[in-house]
Design a protein around this ligand. Structure first.
Ligand code: NAD
Ligand code: DAU
Length: 361
């Protein structure tokens, strides 16, 4: 019997990086990529795969349980890696509906399909299948300056509609393990950055705006803290959990890089200042503009990664300096990708809507 992966959301930022990662680690593995190609998903993210023959794209919605069941049955899927989600906090503040549908109902649909197809088999062997759910540190809420980093045992306290839907999906996944014996693992990860990230998130947005001479909008005082992780490190952590993780467990993943947002943005400006760019915007820090804060903005995230480090031997390889410099170079070397994404995805309308709501501080 041959085994295959079902990767949901594989045309998005982390999912597409994960497909590249897996194709390097296991070139013969068959991958089925189920993605509905929302504004955040694109074929542009899946160009130049090392083994395109083993990547099978299925355009479809994870909420379509019949479709998911047929993929699981017909393609002998033994591993589901579930990335598909609405992922942007600002969008969840403007319209939570799609977040409820995809993040909660979509996860429910996948779980039900796995329950029916996998657990329904007479010769079901729980050691042969795995449902891995990709989640976020935002489920734990916000930390005060002197509070210790989030552990896997930290109580959930999601603050945004996005975080609440991710928390809800985590609970559903956990309940399917407890109630039905579905072999699951969950990972809760901090902020990712790197190639192919849609330019609505902080780092690619700042790079794009600096290159085009537009303002660099800093929400509130810019002293909010995230725990930044280079996307390859996240992919490596997921692969480690799939291979060595204990069924039923959750693992925190983080980068240990925790400067305030304003420091990140200034570092990007300094990296760009050193390049010979035609934008004429250097020094790029002059573009920094403080704008109204995000409502309910979480102040600080930090991940305690002792569990995955001690039990599975994973730790991040990139520090922020090398990760940011690699990322800026990637965007500069892939301006065609950036232009294609902006044109394909109704980008200007989103930017306008976001700024109408924010204005200047
Ligand atoms: P993304 O927004 O870049 O990509 C999401 C992908 O899911 C897109 O390709 C989109 O088309 C697809 N999708 C959305 N709704 C769908 C549906 N109903 N059916 C099928 N496909 C659908 O997201 P990302 O940043 O790559 O995040 C991937 C996962 O990782 C998400 O679950 C997110 O919550 C989690 N996560 C992200 C980060 C981060 O910093 N980006 C950190 C921790 C966890
Ligand atoms: O922590 C993990 C989460 O990280 C993931 O679960 C989410 O999917 C992902 O979007 C990300 O959420 P954030 O809200 O932290 O990411 P974002 O890039 O939107 O913002 C990072 C920080 O930068 C946050 O404090 C808000 C701030 N910010 C963001 C933008 C887009 C600005 O100051 N200006 C901006 O223009």
């Amino acid at each position: 019997m041959s085994f295959s992966f079902l990767i949901t959301g594989g045309a998005g930022f982390i999912g597409s990086n994960f497909i590249r990662y897996v194709q390097n680690k296991a070139p013969n593995l068959k991958i089925f990529n189920l993605d509905s190609l929302t504004y955040a998903g694109s074929f542009q993210n899946l160009q130049n795969l090392s083994n395109p023959k083993n990547h099978h794209f299925v355009k479809g919605d994870i909420c379509n349980q019949d479709l998911v069941e047929s993929i699981l049955e017909e393609q002998e899927i033994n591993t589901i890696v579930h990335f598909a989600a609405e992922s942007h906090v600002d969008r969840s503040l403007q319209g939570p509906d799609a977040f409820i549908k995809t993040n909660i109902l979509g996860t429910f649909s996948l779980l039900e399909a796995a329950r029916k197809v996998w657990l329904g088999k007479k010769d079901f062997d729980r050691n042969e299948v795995r449902f891995h759910h990709i989640s976020t540190d935002e489920v734990y809420g916000s930390l005060a300056p002197d509070e210790p980093a989030f552990k896997e045992t930290t109580p959930y306290a999601p603050n945004s509609p996005y975080a609440a839907t991710k928390a809800s999906s985590d609970h559903l996944v956990r309940s399917y393990a407890h109630s039905f014996g579905l072999p699951i693992t969950i990972s809760n990860c901090s902020n990712n950055y790197g190639p192919y990230q849609f330019p609505e998130k902080l780092i690619p947005l700042m790079i794009l705006n600096a290159l085009t001479g537009n303002q660099l909008p800093i929400y509130g005082d810019g002293m909010q803290i995230r725990d930044w992780l280079y996307v390859d490190d996240h992919c490596d952590a997921i692969w480690t959990i799939l291979n060595k993780g204990k069924v039923g467990e959750s693992y925190n993943i983080g980068g240990g890089n925790q400067p305030p947002n304003i420091k990140i943005v200034k570092t990007i400006c300094q990296i760009l200042d050193k390049k010979d760019l035609p934008s004429g915007s250097a020094p790029h820090e002059q573009l920094i503009t403080y704008v109204k804060d995000r409502p309910g903005h979480d102040r600080r995230y930090a991940m305690n990664i002792s569990k995955i480090k001690n039990e599975l031997g994973w730790e991040p390889k990139y520090d922020l300096e090398s990760g940011l410099s690699t990322t800026v170079d990637w965007y500069l070397n892939n301006l065609d990708w950036l232009n294609a994404i902006i044109q394909e995805k109704d980008y200007e309308n989103w930017v306008d809507l976001n700024y109408q709501q924010r204005g200047k501080a």
